[in-house]
Design a protein around this ligand. Structure first.
Ligand code: SF4
Ligand code: SF4
Length: 202
């Protein structure tokens, strides 16, 4: 019995201390916390605004930001891609699909002039990147042996349907600059592959 009376006195003293603590906390909450909260607001009002008004106000990215891919060209307009598929094999997300084909100077096997799209033997006839899968990691551009594939700083890749997020070769090819000609055409920077590459890299 003595033990239970000790317990009840402990409980009642505990309750009263809790009530006192509650009262103190309530007073603090009522009087101090609002002042402290408005103090934060007041201080922040005079700081530099960091909110970016995207999409009305677009900020430049870091120079090496990984954005949309680009398929590059040589200075005469021929494509750097040789259709080797190394980028597709390097991609951890299986986002790239490539089909290579042979360049043909003059009449093709069916008597048609099938043309030359890149220096050397092969070119990328079909090239797709699926931006629903791509995680913009950059492993594909590291794997590319000809620097045909690089990444731009373009980051606005959202769309309202899935099909438009599979970019085809024409969506990815670099624009023609002055002095470039739309392939297919002959190699204009040298007659042999060696001449072409050495001349083009000068
Ligand atoms: S950036 Fe990465 S995920 Fe995207 S296509 Fe290249 S390797 Fe694949
Ligand atoms: S982009 Fe580069 S790695 Fe990919 S198929 Fe073309 S040449 Fe090969």
């Amino acid at each position: 019995m003595a033990q239970s009376s000790d317990q009840s006195s402990d409980q009642s003293s505990g309750k009263s201390s809790d009530q006192a603590a509650d009262q103190t906390r309530t007073l603090k909450e009522q009087l101090w916390d609002p002042v402290a909260g408005f103090g934060v607001t007041f201080r922040t009002m005079f700081r530099k605004v960091v909110t970016e008004q995207y999409p009305f106000d677009k900020q430049p990215t870091a120079p090496r930001f990984h954005g949309r891919h680009q398929l590059n060209r040589w200075p005469d307009g021929l494509e750097k891609c040789i259709g080797c598929e190394l980028c597709a094999w390097a991609c951890p997300a299986d986002a790239i699909y490539v089909e290579g084909a042979s360049n043909v100077d003059g009449p093709g096997p069916d008597g048609e002039d099938s043309g030359r799209f890149s220096p050397g033997e092969r070119y990328g006839a079909v090239y797709q990147i699926n931006y629903l899968r791509c995680i913009l990691c950059g492993l594909c551009i590291e794997a590319c042996p000809t620097r045909a594939l690089t990444m731009t700083n373009e980051y606005e890749l959202a769309d309202n349907n899935r099909a438009d997020l599979i970019y085809e070769k024409n969506d990815l090819l670099a624009p023609l600059l002055p002095g470039m000609e739309q392939p297919p055409h002959e190699m204009q920077l040298g007659d042999s592959d060696g001449d072409y590459y050495r001349g083009a890299s000068r």
